[in-house]
Ligand binder design. Structure first.
Ligand code: PLP
Length: 375
């Protein structure tokens, strides 16, 4: 099996697994228990928290541990909006968001909020001029992802922070789920930032929400208030220590990994450049290559590659109706044929030259096999 679906999830670092196991075995205690072992576990929790804050250069922030980026996004949006209701009703977002943002905002519309979409440029980034033009006094919330999960485009987060300095009423949320180790972004100035351990080689079931001002948030689910009175439920300490370890390794290795993946990205592009029915999206974050075998459904190509032991993913769930076409690809004005056919190849820290050679060989074989089907 050759794995090219790292944007969906990643294989944990060995050290992250060891950390998970060691904590499960030796520090299985409840961090809220007041006995000696509970206190030891709680100390470990705080040291993991501090380590993650330091690694992200967010020393002055709080960090609320969650189960996933989906949960972090839900807390940031629902909690902030309910608190800010009296100050305005407009939310600005990009057209490039993950369902864990899109669907929460849909729900917020039912609560009377008004969602406006920032236009996207051809590179798959928010159009800064359009952003400035629609920001107004009714705006209370802006949310964008940092790196898009379909094409890997990197958003101008620092520039947006600068612009928002003139709008102190606005809460700026960033979904950095796909960005960790992939894009060098300074999050200082952003109000809340979501991350998810399993996207950067930690175990699953753990995420985080960095918070500039904790007092601006309130819980969306009620219970014992374990995590800063914002998130309840017994803390998943083994997964948290695993995430801290994975974050350190990911950031330490980021430069070398990205250089290698960038070279592989170019090799794949070069290899398919003379195949006339293949459309390749512009290169952004090097770990993602999104391409379309025009004329074939993405699903068919994914299955054909899967039969050869190569795992990639589609970007359209069920590409038969316009409503199911991928939002990101629609936002960058791709036509239906490109969207229906698109597949996402996403590399990771373990991707090597042999994997890439096999991928290229398989892409060419599938191309030949599809023959007349292709446009
Ligand atoms: N945001 C983005 C941009 C993602 O790519 C994903 C996962 O694919 C999520 C949020 C949700 O992450 P999680 O699986 O941790 O809920």
């Amino acid at each position: 099996m050759i794995y090219f679906d790292n944007a969906a999830t990643t294989k944990p670092y060995q050290e992250a697994l060891e950390s998970f196991n060691k904590t499960s075995e030796n520090y299985f205690f409840n961090t809220a228990s007041i006995h000696q072992s509970g206190k030891t576990a709680s100390k470990l929790l705080e040291s993991a928290r501090q380590q993650i804050l330091d690694l992200m250069f967010l020393k002055d922030y709080d960090l609320v541990f969650t189960s996933s980026a989906t949960e972090s996004n839900n807390i940031a949006i629902q909690s902030t909006l309910r608190r800010k209701k009296a100050f305005g009703s407009t939310i600005l977002t990009s057209e490039l968001e993950h369902p864990s943002i899109v669907n929460v905002l849909e729900e917020m519309k039912n609560e009377g909020f008004n969602v406006k979409y920032i236009k996207t440029n051809s590179a798959g980034q928010v159009d800064i001029e359009h952003f400035k033009s629609i920001l107004d006094n009714d705006t209370i919330f802006v949310t964008t992802l940092a790196v898009n999960n379909i094409i890997g485009s990197v958003q101008p987060i620092e520039e947006m922070v600068k612009i928002l300095k003139d709008f102190p009423k606005v809460h700026f949320h960033v979904d950095a789920t796909q960005a960790i180790g992939k894009a060098d972004i300074d999050y200082r100035g952003v109000d809340t930032v979501s991350i998810s351990g399993h996207k950067f080689n930690s175990v699953k079931g753990v995420g985080g929400l960095f918070v500039k001002k904790l007092a601006n948030l309130s819980p969306i689910q009620y219970g014992g208030g374990h995590e800063k009175n914002i998130r309840s439920g017994t803390v998943n300490l083994p997964a948290i220590t695993s995430m801290a370890k994975a974050l350190r390794l990911t950031l330490e290795n980021a430069r070398a990994v990205n250089q290698r993946l960038s070279k592989f990205n170019d090799q794949v592009r070069e290899a398919v450049s003379d195949l006339k029915s293949i459309y390749v999206q512009k290169k952004s974050a090097p770990y993602i290559i999104n391409l379309s075998f025009i004329g074939a459904k993405g699903e068919v190509v994914v299955n054909a590659l899967s039969e050869r032991g190569i795992l990639v993913s589609t970007t359209s769930a069920c590409a038969s109706k316009l409503t199911t076409l991928n939002e990101t690809l629609l936002a960058i004005k791709m036509d239906e044929a490109v969207i229906e056919a698109s597949i996402r190849i996403s590399m990771g820290k373990d991707t090597n030259q042999e994997d890439v050679d096999e991928l290229i060989k398989a892409l060419k074989e599938v191309y030949e096999e599809l023959g007349d089907v292709l446009a």
